[in-house]
Design a protein around this ligand. Sequence first.
Ligand code: GTP
Ligand code: MG
Length: 324
Amino acid sequence: MGVEETGHRERPRDISELPGVGSTIAAKLREAGFTTVEAIAVSTPQELSTVAGIPLSTAQRIIKAAREALDIRFKTALELKMERANIKKITTGSKNLDALLGGGVETKTITEFFGEYGTGKTQICHQLSVNVQLPPEKGGLSAKAAYIDAEGTFRWERIEAMARGVGLDPDEVMSNIFYIRAVNSDHQIAIVDELFTLVPKENIKLVVIDSVTGHFRAEYPGRENLAIRQQKLNKHLHQLMRLAEIYNVAVVVTNQVMARPDVFYGDPTQAVGGHVLYHAPGVRVQLRRSRGGKRIARIVDAPHLPEGEAVFMITDYGIRDPEE
Ligand code: GTP
Ligand code: MG
Protein backbone atom coordinates (compact mmCIF):
# COMPACT_ATOMS: atom_id res chain seq x y z
CA MET A 1 0.00 0.00 0.00
CA GLY A 2 1.53 3.31 -1.07
CA VAL A 3 2.10 6.25 1.24
CA GLU A 4 -0.14 8.45 -0.86
CA GLU A 5 -3.21 6.41 -0.01
CA THR A 6 -3.04 6.83 3.74
CA GLY A 7 -2.17 10.49 3.23
CA HIS A 8 -5.44 11.22 1.42
CA ARG A 9 -7.85 9.44 3.69
CA GLU A 10 -8.75 12.23 6.07
CA ARG A 11 -9.49 14.78 3.34
CA PRO A 12 -12.79 16.61 3.71
CA ARG A 13 -15.35 15.65 1.11
CA ASP A 14 -18.31 17.57 2.42
CA ILE A 15 -18.11 21.33 2.72
CA SER A 16 -19.08 21.12 6.40
CA GLU A 17 -15.85 19.19 7.03
CA LEU A 18 -13.71 22.12 5.87
CA PRO A 19 -12.01 23.90 8.76
CA GLY A 20 -13.83 27.15 9.52
CA VAL A 21 -17.14 25.98 8.03
CA GLY A 22 -19.64 25.36 10.81
CA SER A 23 -23.20 24.25 10.20
CA THR A 24 -24.50 27.82 9.87
CA ILE A 25 -21.93 28.82 7.27
CA ALA A 26 -22.35 25.46 5.49
CA ALA A 27 -26.10 26.07 5.21
CA LYS A 28 -25.57 29.57 3.78
CA LEU A 29 -23.01 28.31 1.28
CA ARG A 30 -25.27 25.50 0.13
CA GLU A 31 -28.14 27.87 -0.29
CA ALA A 32 -25.96 30.03 -2.52
CA GLY A 33 -25.04 27.03 -4.65
CA PHE A 34 -21.66 26.20 -3.12
CA THR A 35 -22.62 22.61 -2.42
CA THR A 36 -19.26 20.92 -3.04
CA VAL A 37 -15.63 21.31 -1.99
CA GLU A 38 -14.87 21.76 -5.71
CA ALA A 39 -17.24 24.72 -6.01
CA ILE A 40 -15.59 26.41 -3.05
CA ALA A 41 -12.09 25.71 -4.36
CA VAL A 42 -12.78 27.68 -7.54
CA SER A 43 -14.66 30.56 -5.89
CA THR A 44 -13.22 33.94 -4.91
CA PRO A 45 -12.95 35.19 -1.30
CA GLN A 46 -15.22 38.13 -2.20
CA GLU A 47 -17.99 35.83 -3.42
CA LEU A 48 -17.86 33.55 -0.39
CA SER A 49 -17.62 36.43 2.02
CA THR A 50 -20.72 38.06 0.52
CA VAL A 51 -22.95 34.96 0.28
CA ALA A 52 -22.02 33.51 3.66
CA GLY A 53 -21.69 36.79 5.52
CA ILE A 54 -18.21 35.96 6.77
CA PRO A 55 -15.04 38.08 6.96
CA LEU A 56 -12.82 38.07 3.88
CA SER A 57 -9.98 36.46 5.83
CA THR A 58 -12.23 33.54 6.86
CA ALA A 59 -13.35 33.10 3.25
CA GLN A 60 -9.71 33.02 2.17
CA ARG A 61 -8.93 30.34 4.74
CA ILE A 62 -11.88 28.19 3.64
CA ILE A 63 -10.90 28.43 -0.04
CA LYS A 64 -7.32 27.50 0.80
CA ALA A 65 -8.53 24.46 2.76
CA ALA A 66 -10.78 23.42 -0.14
CA ARG A 67 -7.87 23.64 -2.60
CA GLU A 68 -5.62 21.63 -0.30
CA ALA A 69 -8.36 19.03 0.10
CA LEU A 70 -8.49 18.62 -3.66
CA ASP A 71 -4.71 18.69 -4.04
CA ILE A 72 -4.82 21.76 -6.28
CA ARG A 73 -1.31 23.12 -5.93
CA PHE A 74 1.99 23.32 -7.76
CA LYS A 75 3.65 19.95 -8.02
CA THR A 76 7.15 19.21 -9.18
CA ALA A 77 7.70 17.10 -12.28
CA LEU A 78 9.24 14.51 -9.99
CA GLU A 79 6.04 14.33 -7.94
CA LEU A 80 4.11 13.78 -11.16
CA LYS A 81 6.50 10.99 -12.09
CA MET A 82 6.04 9.35 -8.67
CA GLU A 83 2.26 9.58 -8.99
CA ARG A 84 2.44 7.77 -12.34
CA ALA A 85 4.81 5.15 -10.90
CA ASN A 86 2.09 4.17 -8.44
CA ILE A 87 -0.24 3.08 -11.22
CA LYS A 88 -0.92 -0.65 -11.19
CA LYS A 89 -2.47 -2.91 -13.81
CA ILE A 90 -5.02 -5.71 -13.74
CA THR A 91 -4.94 -8.43 -16.38
CA THR A 92 -8.07 -8.97 -18.47
CA GLY A 93 -7.29 -12.65 -18.97
CA SER A 94 -6.35 -12.05 -22.62
CA LYS A 95 -2.74 -11.22 -23.44
CA ASN A 96 -3.88 -9.55 -26.64
CA LEU A 97 -6.27 -7.26 -24.81
CA ASP A 98 -3.72 -6.56 -22.06
CA ALA A 99 -1.15 -5.52 -24.67
CA LEU A 100 -3.66 -3.20 -26.29
CA LEU A 101 -4.29 -1.59 -22.89
CA GLY A 102 -0.56 -1.20 -22.25
CA GLY A 103 -0.42 -4.09 -19.77
CA GLY A 104 -3.98 -4.31 -18.44
CA VAL A 105 -6.65 -2.12 -16.90
CA GLU A 106 -4.98 0.72 -14.99
CA THR A 107 -5.56 2.09 -11.52
CA LYS A 108 -6.09 5.87 -11.15
CA THR A 109 -8.00 5.70 -14.42
CA ILE A 110 -11.54 5.22 -15.67
CA THR A 111 -11.66 2.60 -18.39
CA GLU A 112 -14.82 2.56 -20.47
CA PHE A 113 -15.81 -0.55 -22.44
CA PHE A 114 -18.43 0.39 -24.97
CA GLY A 115 -20.15 -1.53 -27.72
CA GLU A 116 -23.35 -3.21 -28.81
CA TYR A 117 -25.25 -5.82 -26.79
CA GLY A 118 -23.48 -9.12 -26.37
CA THR A 119 -20.02 -7.80 -27.19
CA GLY A 120 -18.60 -8.91 -23.82
CA LYS A 121 -18.75 -5.78 -21.64
CA THR A 122 -20.36 -7.55 -18.69
CA GLN A 123 -18.10 -10.60 -19.08
CA ILE A 124 -15.01 -8.38 -18.88
CA CYS A 125 -16.38 -6.77 -15.70
CA HIS A 126 -16.86 -10.20 -14.13
CA GLN A 127 -13.39 -11.31 -15.19
CA LEU A 128 -11.66 -8.21 -13.79
CA SER A 129 -13.51 -8.65 -10.46
CA VAL A 130 -11.89 -12.07 -10.26
CA ASN A 131 -8.49 -11.12 -11.65
CA VAL A 132 -7.93 -8.15 -9.29
CA GLN A 133 -7.73 -10.80 -6.58
CA LEU A 134 -4.81 -12.61 -8.21
CA PRO A 135 -1.33 -11.98 -6.81
CA PRO A 136 0.76 -9.40 -8.70
CA GLU A 137 2.91 -12.06 -10.38
CA LYS A 138 -0.26 -13.39 -12.01
CA GLY A 139 -1.52 -10.00 -13.12
CA GLY A 140 -3.66 -9.04 -10.12
CA LEU A 141 -3.36 -6.72 -7.15
CA SER A 142 -4.23 -9.18 -4.32
CA ALA A 143 -7.22 -6.93 -3.65
CA LYS A 144 -11.02 -6.88 -3.64
CA ALA A 145 -13.65 -5.55 -6.03
CA ALA A 146 -16.81 -3.45 -5.74
CA TYR A 147 -19.45 -4.26 -8.35
CA ILE A 148 -22.24 -1.78 -9.02
CA ASP A 149 -24.85 -3.51 -11.14
CA ALA A 150 -27.24 -1.09 -12.82
CA GLU A 151 -28.77 -3.65 -15.18
CA GLY A 152 -29.25 -6.77 -13.06
CA THR A 153 -26.90 -8.84 -15.20
CA PHE A 154 -24.38 -9.87 -12.52
CA ARG A 155 -24.13 -13.68 -12.22
CA TRP A 156 -22.28 -15.23 -9.31
CA GLU A 157 -22.20 -18.46 -11.32
CA ARG A 158 -19.90 -16.76 -13.83
CA ILE A 159 -17.63 -15.55 -11.00
CA GLU A 160 -17.48 -19.09 -9.70
CA ALA A 161 -16.52 -20.46 -13.11
CA MET A 162 -13.97 -17.71 -13.75
CA ALA A 163 -12.40 -18.22 -10.30
CA ARG A 164 -11.92 -21.90 -11.12
CA GLY A 165 -10.49 -20.84 -14.46
CA VAL A 166 -7.65 -18.95 -12.77
CA GLY A 167 -7.15 -21.50 -10.00
CA LEU A 168 -8.62 -19.49 -7.12
CA ASP A 169 -11.07 -20.76 -4.52
CA PRO A 170 -14.54 -19.79 -5.82
CA ASP A 171 -16.09 -19.08 -2.41
CA GLU A 172 -13.16 -16.94 -1.37
CA VAL A 173 -13.30 -15.01 -4.63
CA MET A 174 -17.05 -14.41 -4.26
CA SER A 175 -16.62 -13.21 -0.68
CA ASN A 176 -14.17 -10.57 -1.94
CA ILE A 177 -16.63 -8.97 -4.36
CA PHE A 178 -18.91 -6.34 -2.82
CA TYR A 179 -22.04 -6.36 -4.94
CA ILE A 180 -24.81 -3.79 -5.04
CA ARG A 181 -27.71 -3.22 -7.39
CA ALA A 182 -28.17 0.46 -8.30
CA VAL A 183 -31.89 1.17 -8.65
CA ASN A 184 -31.67 4.61 -10.26
CA SER A 185 -29.12 7.29 -11.13
CA ASP A 186 -29.35 9.08 -7.76
CA HIS A 187 -28.76 5.78 -6.01
CA GLN A 188 -25.82 5.09 -8.30
CA ILE A 189 -24.28 8.43 -7.32
CA ALA A 190 -24.95 7.81 -3.61
CA ILE A 191 -23.26 4.41 -3.85
CA VAL A 192 -20.10 6.00 -5.24
CA ASP A 193 -20.19 8.48 -2.34
CA GLU A 194 -20.22 5.51 0.02
CA LEU A 195 -17.29 3.97 -1.79
CA PHE A 196 -15.04 6.76 -0.52
CA THR A 197 -15.37 5.00 2.86
CA LEU A 198 -15.62 1.37 1.74
CA VAL A 199 -12.74 1.34 -0.77
CA PRO A 200 -9.91 2.17 1.67
CA LYS A 201 -11.49 0.13 4.47
CA GLU A 202 -11.74 -3.08 2.43
CA ASN A 203 -8.63 -2.86 0.22
CA ILE A 204 -10.75 -2.55 -2.90
CA LYS A 205 -8.68 -1.92 -6.03
CA LEU A 206 -11.38 -2.30 -8.67
CA VAL A 207 -14.72 -0.51 -8.93
CA VAL A 208 -17.08 -1.70 -11.67
CA ILE A 209 -20.22 0.06 -12.90
CA ASP A 210 -22.20 -1.99 -15.41
CA SER A 211 -23.60 0.05 -17.08
CA VAL A 212 -22.74 3.58 -16.10
CA THR A 213 -25.18 5.11 -18.59
CA GLY A 214 -28.32 2.94 -18.40
CA HIS A 215 -30.17 4.77 -15.62
CA PHE A 216 -29.24 8.20 -16.95
CA ARG A 217 -30.53 7.33 -20.42
CA ALA A 218 -33.80 5.96 -19.02
CA GLU A 219 -34.41 8.91 -16.71
CA TYR A 220 -33.40 11.65 -19.15
CA PRO A 221 -34.53 10.30 -22.51
CA GLY A 222 -34.35 11.92 -25.86
CA ARG A 223 -32.59 14.81 -27.44
CA GLU A 224 -34.41 17.41 -25.33
CA ASN A 225 -32.82 16.00 -22.14
CA LEU A 226 -29.37 15.53 -23.61
CA ALA A 227 -27.81 18.55 -21.90
CA ILE A 228 -29.07 17.73 -18.41
CA ARG A 229 -28.22 14.06 -18.85
CA GLN A 230 -24.67 14.80 -19.91
CA GLN A 231 -24.28 17.29 -17.08
CA LYS A 232 -25.38 14.72 -14.47
CA LEU A 233 -23.24 12.05 -16.05
CA ASN A 234 -20.19 14.32 -16.12
CA LYS A 235 -20.59 15.02 -12.44
CA HIS A 236 -20.80 11.30 -11.78
CA LEU A 237 -17.68 10.68 -13.85
CA HIS A 238 -15.75 13.34 -11.95
CA GLN A 239 -16.79 11.69 -8.72
CA LEU A 240 -15.43 8.40 -10.11
CA MET A 241 -12.23 10.04 -11.34
CA ARG A 242 -11.61 11.41 -7.86
CA LEU A 243 -12.20 7.97 -6.34
CA ALA A 244 -9.75 6.42 -8.82
CA GLU A 245 -7.05 8.99 -8.14
CA ILE A 246 -7.33 9.33 -4.37
CA TYR A 247 -7.35 5.61 -3.61
CA ASN A 248 -5.32 4.37 -6.58
CA VAL A 249 -8.12 2.08 -7.77
CA ALA A 250 -9.15 1.01 -11.26
CA VAL A 251 -12.62 2.21 -12.25
CA VAL A 252 -14.21 0.21 -15.06
CA VAL A 253 -17.49 1.33 -16.61
CA THR A 254 -19.56 -0.02 -19.46
CA ASN A 255 -21.74 1.76 -21.95
CA GLN A 256 -24.03 0.14 -24.48
CA VAL A 257 -24.10 1.84 -27.84
CA MET A 258 -26.36 0.91 -30.70
CA ALA A 259 -25.20 0.31 -34.21
CA ARG A 260 -26.55 2.51 -36.93
CA PRO A 261 -27.38 0.43 -39.96
CA ASP A 262 -27.84 3.58 -42.01
CA VAL A 263 -24.16 4.48 -41.73
CA PHE A 264 -22.43 2.76 -44.59
CA TYR A 265 -18.92 4.05 -44.25
CA GLY A 266 -16.64 4.63 -41.31
CA ASP A 267 -17.60 3.20 -37.98
CA PRO A 268 -21.25 2.13 -37.72
CA THR A 269 -21.34 2.17 -33.91
CA GLN A 270 -19.77 5.59 -33.61
CA ALA A 271 -22.82 7.73 -34.11
CA VAL A 272 -25.49 6.82 -31.57
CA GLY A 273 -24.80 7.55 -27.92
CA GLY A 274 -21.06 7.79 -28.37
CA HIS A 275 -18.68 7.04 -25.56
CA VAL A 276 -19.40 8.74 -22.25
CA LEU A 277 -15.82 9.62 -21.48
CA TYR A 278 -15.75 12.07 -24.34
CA HIS A 279 -14.91 14.99 -22.05
CA ALA A 280 -13.33 13.09 -19.18
CA PRO A 281 -9.85 11.65 -18.91
CA GLY A 282 -9.61 7.89 -19.23
CA VAL A 283 -9.29 5.01 -21.64
CA ARG A 284 -12.10 4.13 -24.03
CA VAL A 285 -12.27 0.65 -25.48
CA GLN A 286 -14.69 -0.21 -28.24
CA LEU A 287 -15.82 -3.82 -28.52
CA ARG A 288 -17.39 -5.59 -31.46
CA ARG A 289 -18.29 -9.11 -32.47
CA SER A 290 -16.31 -11.03 -35.02
CA ARG A 291 -16.51 -14.42 -36.72
CA GLY A 292 -16.36 -17.67 -34.72
CA GLY A 293 -17.41 -16.11 -31.41
CA LYS A 294 -14.38 -13.85 -31.38
CA ARG A 295 -14.47 -10.31 -30.08
CA ILE A 296 -12.42 -7.37 -31.29
CA ALA A 297 -11.28 -4.52 -29.03
CA ARG A 298 -10.03 -1.17 -30.24
CA ILE A 299 -8.82 1.83 -28.25
CA VAL A 300 -10.45 5.11 -29.16
CA ASP A 301 -8.46 8.35 -29.05
CA ALA A 302 -5.66 7.52 -26.62
CA PRO A 303 -2.41 8.80 -28.10
CA HIS A 304 -0.31 7.15 -25.36
CA LEU A 305 -1.55 3.63 -26.15
CA PRO A 306 -0.59 1.42 -29.08
CA GLU A 307 -2.85 1.62 -32.11
CA GLY A 308 -4.54 -1.40 -33.58
CA GLU A 309 -6.93 -4.05 -32.44
CA ALA A 310 -6.93 -7.00 -30.08
CA VAL A 311 -8.84 -10.22 -30.65
CA PHE A 312 -10.13 -12.16 -27.65
CA MET A 313 -12.68 -14.89 -26.85
CA ILE A 314 -15.32 -15.43 -24.20
CA THR A 315 -15.02 -19.03 -22.98
CA ASP A 316 -16.80 -21.00 -20.25
CA TYR A 317 -13.89 -20.07 -17.97
CA GLY A 318 -13.79 -16.43 -18.95
CA ILE A 319 -11.87 -14.02 -21.15
CA ARG A 320 -9.02 -15.65 -23.08
CA ASP A 321 -6.92 -15.26 -26.21
CA PRO A 322 -8.28 -17.17 -29.21
CA GLU A 323 -6.68 -20.55 -29.81
CA GLU A 324 -3.96 -20.25 -32.41
P1 GTP B 1 -25.23 -5.88 -23.07
O1 GTP B 1 -25.14 -5.78 -21.58
O2 GTP B 1 -26.50 -6.50 -23.53
O3 GTP B 1 -24.96 -4.59 -23.76
O4 GTP B 1 -24.09 -6.90 -23.57
P2 GTP B 1 -22.61 -7.14 -23.03
O5 GTP B 1 -21.65 -6.43 -23.90
O6 GTP B 1 -22.54 -6.88 -21.58
O7 GTP B 1 -22.43 -8.69 -23.29
P3 GTP B 1 -22.01 -9.81 -22.28
O8 GTP B 1 -20.72 -9.48 -21.63
O9 GTP B 1 -23.16 -10.15 -21.42
O10 GTP B 1 -21.70 -10.98 -23.28
C1 GTP B 1 -22.63 -11.95 -23.55
C2 GTP B 1 -21.91 -13.00 -24.35
O11 GTP B 1 -20.89 -13.61 -23.54
C3 GTP B 1 -22.80 -14.12 -24.76
O12 GTP B 1 -23.40 -13.82 -25.98
C4 GTP B 1 -21.83 -15.27 -24.88
O13 GTP B 1 -21.20 -15.21 -26.14
C5 GTP B 1 -20.76 -14.95 -23.86
N1 GTP B 1 -20.95 -15.74 -22.64
C6 GTP B 1 -21.66 -15.41 -21.55
N2 GTP B 1 -21.64 -16.40 -20.64
C7 GTP B 1 -20.91 -17.40 -21.19
C8 GTP B 1 -20.51 -18.71 -20.75
O14 GTP B 1 -20.84 -19.17 -19.67
N3 GTP B 1 -19.72 -19.43 -21.61
C9 GTP B 1 -19.33 -18.94 -22.81
N4 GTP B 1 -18.56 -19.69 -23.59
N5 GTP B 1 -19.69 -17.71 -23.24
C10 GTP B 1 -20.46 -16.96 -22.46
MG1 MG C 1 -23.93 -6.27 -20.16
